[in-house]
Design a protein around this ligand. Structure first.
Ligand SMILES: NC(=O)c1ccc[n+]([C@@H]2O[C@H](COP(=O)([O-])OP(=O)(O)OC[C@H]3O[C@@H](n4cnc5c(N)ncnc54)[C@H](O)[C@@H]3O)[C@@H](O)[C@H]2O)c1
Length: 275
C-alpha cells in the first residue's frame, strides 16, 4: 500500500545489486511512495548485477561510481541534480565489503591492505558521500541521509571480523557529521542497524544461516526482512521523522534488547542433551 510519503522528493540510492539487496527493496518502495531518484553502484556491480531491470522498473538513471573515489561521487551528485531537476531530499548509503571476510582472514590475522579497503568502502565512503553532498550544496533543508549498520558495531559477533570496526566508524560518522550538517543545513543523518539478511553481502559472512536462525529465535518479533528495512528507510526519508538525527536505530525485531529467549534456550538445551 502506498501513502505517497515521498511524493515530490528526489534522491540517490547507492548499493542496489540484485533483488535481494536492501537498496533494491528501498528503490522499489521509494518509487511506490512517489520519489524520483538515481541509482549508483560500481561499474563491475552494474555489469554483473541486475541493476538495469531495477532502473527500468523505477524509471531511474544508473550512474556508475566507486564510492571510494571523490571525483566519481561528484559526477553522481552533479548528474543526479541534472536529471532529477534540482537538489536532493534523500540519500541511501547501502554499501559494504570486506576482502578479509571474503577470504576468511581471521581478526587476529588480518591482511592490512584488505582492512584498509574494508574501512574505505564500508565506512569512509559514507563520509565521502556526505562531504561531497555538502560541498556541492546538493541536499535540500530537512533532507535525510541513511546508512545501513549492524549490531557488530556494539557487540562482538563471531566471524563479522573487520566489518565490525567499519560499522562502528559508520555509526560515528552519522553522529559527527549529523551535528555539522544539522546545525548548518537542517540535514538529518542516521544509521539503521538491520537484522542479518540473506543478501550477497550478508551471505559473505560464513555461517550466516546459523546466525539468522539464532537471531530469529532470540528476537521477540523475529528477524527484520530486507523489505521491512526498506519500509523503515522510507520513514526516515519522509517528513514524518524530521527531528530524528545522529541516531543508530535498531531495526532487528528486538534482538538488541535480548539476553536469552525461551526459543533460544529450548534449542540450546536440546544441544546439551545430545552431548
Ligand atoms: N545483509 C545483512 O545481513 C546486513 C545486515 C546489516 C547491515 N547490512 C548492510 O547493508 C548494506 C547493504 O548490503 P546488502 O546486505 O544489501 O548486500 P548487497 O551485496 O546487496 O549490497 C552491498 C553493495 O555494496 C556495493 N559496493 C561494494 N563496494 C562498493 C564500492 N567501492 N563503491 C560502491 N558500491 C560498492 C556492492 O556492489 C553492493 O551493491 C551494507 O552496508 C551491509 O553491511 C547488511
Amino acid at each position: 500500500m502506498s501513502y505517497n510519503l515521498l511524493k515530490g522528493k528526489k534522491g540517490i540510492i547507492f548499493g542496489a545489486l540484485d533483488e535481494k539487496s536492501i537498496a533494491w527493496n528501498v528503490a522499489l518502495k521509494a518509487h511506490e511512495e512517489g520519489a524520483v531518484f538515481t541509482l549508483s553502484n560500481t561499474p563491475l556491480a552494474i555489469r554483473f548485477g541486475n541493476l538495469k531491470e531495477l532502473s527500468e522498473k523505477c524509471g531511474s538513471e544508473i550512474i556508475p561510481a566507486d564510492a571510494t573515489h571523490i571525483n566519481e561521487l561528484e559526477d553522481v551528485f552533479r548528474r543526479s541534480m541534472e536529471v532529477l531537476g534540482g537538489k536532493l531530499d534523500f540519500i541511501l548509503h547501502s554499501i559494504g565489503m570486506s576482502m578479509n571476510v571474503r577470504k576468511s582472514r581471521e581478526y587476529d590475522d588480518l591482511d592490512y591492505d584488505y582492512y584498509h579497503k574494508t574501512i574505505d568502502i564500508s565506512a569512509m565512503s559514507f563520509h565521502k558521500i556526505i562531504q561531497v553532498a555538502k560541498k556541492l550544496d546538493a541536499v535540500n533543508e530537512w533532507g535525510s541521509i541513511v546508512g545501513l549498520s549492524y549490531i557488530a558495531a556494539q557487540r562482538t559477533l563471531y566471524r563479522y571480523n573487520d566489518m565490525a570496526d567499519a560499522k562502528a566508524m559508520l555509526e560515528s560518522i552519522a553522529r559527527s557529521f549529523g551535528y555539522i550538517y544539522g546545525r548548518e543545513k537542517n540535514v538529518r543523518i542516521n544509521t539503521i542497524s538491520q537484522s542479518p539478511t540473506r543478501t550477497t553481502a550478508g551471505s559473505g559472512v560464513k555461517g550466516i544461516d546459523a546466525l539468522i536462525d539464532f537471531t530469529e529465535r532470540m528476537s521477540p518479533l523475529g528477524n527484520a526482512t530486507a523489505g521491512e528495512c526498506a519500509d523503515f528507510c522510507i520513514v526516515l526519508f519522509s517528513d514524518l521523522s524530521r527531528k530524528v538525527t545522529m541516531q543508530n536505530i535498531f531495526h532487528d525485531g528486538g534482538f538488541s534488547g535480548m539476553g536469552m529467549s525461551l526459543k533460544a534456550m529450548t534449542q540450546y538445551k536440546k544441544c546439551l542433551e545430545d552431548e
